[in-house]
Design a protein around this ligand. Structure first.
Ligand code: IPM
Ligand code: MN
Length: 354
């Protein structure tokens, strides 16, 4: 690790992005870890002003940083795909951020499933009886550079009654295997040492087959790690009804996108869901961002929960070798669990506890 201050590029972005990022920066400053930040004006407002999404020169400048902290991008006036493909996915692909790491935790709590859902006797009879443990401590390793996100496909005869649209899923043995390897190495360091592959091997028989074989090959080199497989639809049920079964989940880009919104929803809300877009080989900076979007409907109201951004900053610290500061931030967030208040009040409450 460098002895100089960490250099962090900050992309606040749009909507609540700058609001939650300001709180994450406050928390970073409170840790006392030496760092320098430089703000980058990227996102929907720059695009609407100048037509630029991610100029090549800016991308090159970003490569020189140790890490990137991003709030959220997206404004209602920008057509779908412009910022997603042009900025977020371009950064993930160009910087080879091939793992999207998304941790979720929720305290153990027994709930009566039938009573909690107001289920009728009939539906209750069809679902597992008795109390359900809502506790979970899992981390999703989402492949972040391939799959349906790779951009393969196109139109034929667009705009005619006979138009055709295809959108393929790209799965390379290299790309899948390096992601699966990361998941197993992560599991090695966790108490339960358990990895579940989530896919849809019964229908996606080409991509699924490659994923399963890569998974089995990596598993063979980690005999001390227990493994499981779930189809993605079944994984949705388990995430809601029995999330405690999961430790590390590894899955493709699209399944990982959907599953992590669900995991966020069942573990205290998307306002707590943090993520790290990692380049584990460290050939460039990794990027840390909340899972949530720019939420233009609540911008300026102080209602945005900055915890997801703050936990993302903790992941940044950890990846830069500042494990002690990272754990202090995590403990401070946990200590401020019950704090209700505005975006900046929650940020202050975390800072006070560091
Ligand atoms: C996420 C987001 C992105 C994704 C979008 C905005 C491109 O939903 O980080 O989960 O689909 O990966
Ligand atoms: Mn998403």
């Amino acid at each position: 690790m460098p002895s100089r201050p960490h250099r962090i590029a900050v992309i606040g972005g749009d909507g609540i992005g700058p609001e939650v990022t300001a709180e994450a920066l406050k928390v970073l400053a409170a840790t006392g870890v030496a760092h320098e930040t430089k703000p980058f004006d990227l996102g929907g407002s720059r695009y609407l002003r100048t037509g630029e999404v991610l100029p090549d020169a800016v991308l090159e400048e970003l490569r020189a940083f140790d890490a990137i902290l991003l709030g959220a991008v997206g404004t209602p006036d920008v057509p779908p795909g412009v910022l997603e493909r042009g900025l977020l996915l371009r950064l993930r692909f160009e910087l080879d951020l091939y793992v999207n790491l998304r941790p979720f935790t929720a305290p153990h709590r027994l709930v009566d499933s039938a009573a909690a859902s107001g289920a009728s006797a009939q539906t209750a009879a069809a679902s597992p009886a008795g109390p359900r443990d809502e506790g979970l401590d899992l981390v999703v390793v989402r492949e972040n550079t391939e799959g349906a996100y790779a951009g393969e496909g196109g139109f034929l005869r667009k705009g005619t009654p006979h138009e055709v649209a295809t959108q393929g899923s790209v799965n390379t043995r290299f790309g899948v295997e390096r992601c699966v390897r990361f998941a197993f190495e992560l599991a090695e360091g966790r108490p339960r040492k358990h990895v579940t592959l989530v896919h849809k091997t019964n229908v996606l028989t080409f991509a699924g087959d490659l994923w399963q074989r890569a998974f089995d090959a990596v598993a063979a080199t980690h005999p001390d790690v227990e493994t499981a497989y779930n189809h993605v639809d079944a994984a949705c049920i388990y995430l809601v009804q029995d999330p405690g079964r999961y430790d590390v989940v590894v899955t493709d880009n699209m399944f990982g996108d959907i599953l992590t919104d669900l995991a966020g929803a069942v573990s205290g809300g998307i306002g707590r869901a943090a993520s790290a877009n990692l380049n584990p080989d460290r050939t460039g900076p990794s990027l840390f961002e909340p899972v949530h979007g720019s939420a233009p409907d609540i911008v300026g109201t102080g209602k945005a929960d900055p915890r997801a951004a703050i936990i993302s900053a903790a992941m940044l610290l950890e990846f830069l070798g500042e494990a002690d500061a990272a754990s202090r931030v995590r403990k401070a967030v946990a200590g401020a669990e019950d704090v209700r208040g505005s975006t900046s009040e929650i940020g202050d409450a975390v800072v006070e506890r560091i």
